[in-house]
Design a protein around this ligand. Structure first.
Ligand SMILES: NC(=O)c1ccc[n+]([C@@H]2O[C@H](COP(=O)([O-])OP(=O)(O)OC[C@H]3O[C@@H](n4cnc5c(N)ncnc54)[C@H](O)[C@@H]3O)[C@@H](O)[C@H]2O)c1
Length: 356
């Protein structure tokens, strides 16, 4: 198979390129012009790297020439100061341009895999616990809506041009060296603080309707050192829950969506086997880093949990990494023999967290 991977230098993308080349696939890696993460791909001299922005139809057409499979990972993720229309232009219309490129290149595509998100389920106010693929997708932010339109655009093209496709919806993807940042004072401060951006908020509007929680959190962590292990709990101390997925499992899910016959025409949640309860996540950090653990009790309980039964049944997807394993893998990371390419690596491997 000849596979075009978009977003090939990203958190998932570089690891996807590695998986595909190891499986003997011919890989073309698409990155945006001037991509600072491009050096990650230097480890794969056999991979053809093409520069194309998802806004540039002519460049996309060149990138699509001759491929039999497409793994579409490129996306606009963080809000920052990104103009909001860019979420639609890149995540929705960028997907359209890529599909048009695939159609115009004249080859018969054997599979198009779109990576979508739990953001399409409105993570700030999930419609079900756990979330299955058939619950209503009613996102309330630019990112989630852009990703959902991308799904719809794909389904439309699949009907129009008979494109075999599959959709994966990731939980929060964690590269192991990033894992120890979660369940810390600052992580939840940032997540819960998104509400301050008001209408500009995207990704995780956990304060969907609950801006009062931010000052409560601040009061509870006021005396805590920045590296304190922190989890959130609802009334009575019931922990919040969060589905994560290790980047290695995320890649495995996409690979299966690309190659398994049972993937055709279906959408799959891709997450760890179990969601992580906040008390367990904070306990992992407290244990491995020998820091105090703090549970912050709030008046609501939030549960963002993805069911992976569908992926289990149709793809044989069996994620191998829980939160403890993600953190331990990040700590054990050495040199270039690591099992994964770190998200922030510009060449080889970079360690970000060390135990005290
Ligand atoms: N990281 C997560 O927690 C998460 C959760 C749910 C879904 N997803 C989805 O998974 C996919 C991969 O995410 P990731 O974590 O690897 O993200 P990432 O930001 O590490 O990688 C995204 C890549 O897209 C590329 N890109 C951005 N804008 C582009 C443009 N205009 N033209 C061409 N390329 C462009 C970037 O260069 C980057 O390498 C994305 O589609 C994302 O929406 C990620």
């Amino acid at each position: 198979m000849k596979v075009l991977v978009t977003g090939a230098s990203g958190r998932v993308g570089a690891n996807m390129v590695r998986r595909l080349t190891a499986a003997g696939a011919e890989v073309r890696a698409m990155i945006p012009p001037g991509d600072p993460q491009a050096p990650k791909l230097a480890a794969f001299p056999q991979v053809q790297v093409v520069e194309a922005d998802l806004g540039d139809q002519a460049a996309i057409n060149v990138a699509c020439k001759g491929v039999t499979h497409i793994v579409h990972l490129a996306a606009q993720l963080m809000r920052g100061d990104t103009p909001v229309d860019r979420f639609y232009d890149i995540n929705a219309f960028g997907t359209l341009r890529l599909l048009e490129g695939a159609v115009q290149c004249g080859n018969r595509l054997e599979r198009f895999v779109l990576t979508s998100s739990d953001g399409t389920y409105r993570p700030g106010a999930p419609p079900a616990v756990p979330l299955t693929e058939d619950v209503p997708q009613l996102p309330g932010d630019y990112y989630g809506t852009g990703k959902l339109i991308g799904e719809i655009v794909l389904r439309n093209h699949a009907v129009q041009y008979d494109i075999p496709f599959s959709i994966v919806r990731f939980a929060t993807v964690v590269s192991p060296e990033e894992a120890a940042k979660i369940f810390r004072v600052d992580f939840w401060r940032t997540m819960l603080g998104w509400h301050r951006l008001g209408k500009d908020c995207h990704l995780w509007p956990l304060f969907d309707g609950h801006p009062e929680l931010a000052p409560m959190y601040e009061a509870a962590v006021a005396d805590a050192a920045p590296d304190t292990a922190v989890g959130l709990a609802g009334p009575g101390g019931e922990p919040w829950t969060l589905s994560l997925v290790d980047v290695r499992d995320a890649v495995d899910g996409v690979y299966r969506a690309l190659t398994e016959p049972g993937a055709l025409g279906r959408a799959f949640n891709i997450a760890a086997a179990e969601p992580t309860p906040h008390d367990e996540g904070a306990a992992v950090i407290a244990d491995l880093f020998e820091v105090p653990k703090l549970m912050v009790e709030l008046p609501i309980r939030h549960q963002l949990e993805l069911s992976i039964d569908n992926a289990n049944r149709h793809l044989g997807f069996r994620p191998r990494h829980d939160y403890r394993d993600m953190v331990e893998s990040g700590l054990a990371m050495t040199g270039t023999d690591s099992e994964f390419i770190p998200a922030n690596a510009t060449s080889g491997v970079a360690a970000t967290w060390q135990p005290r």
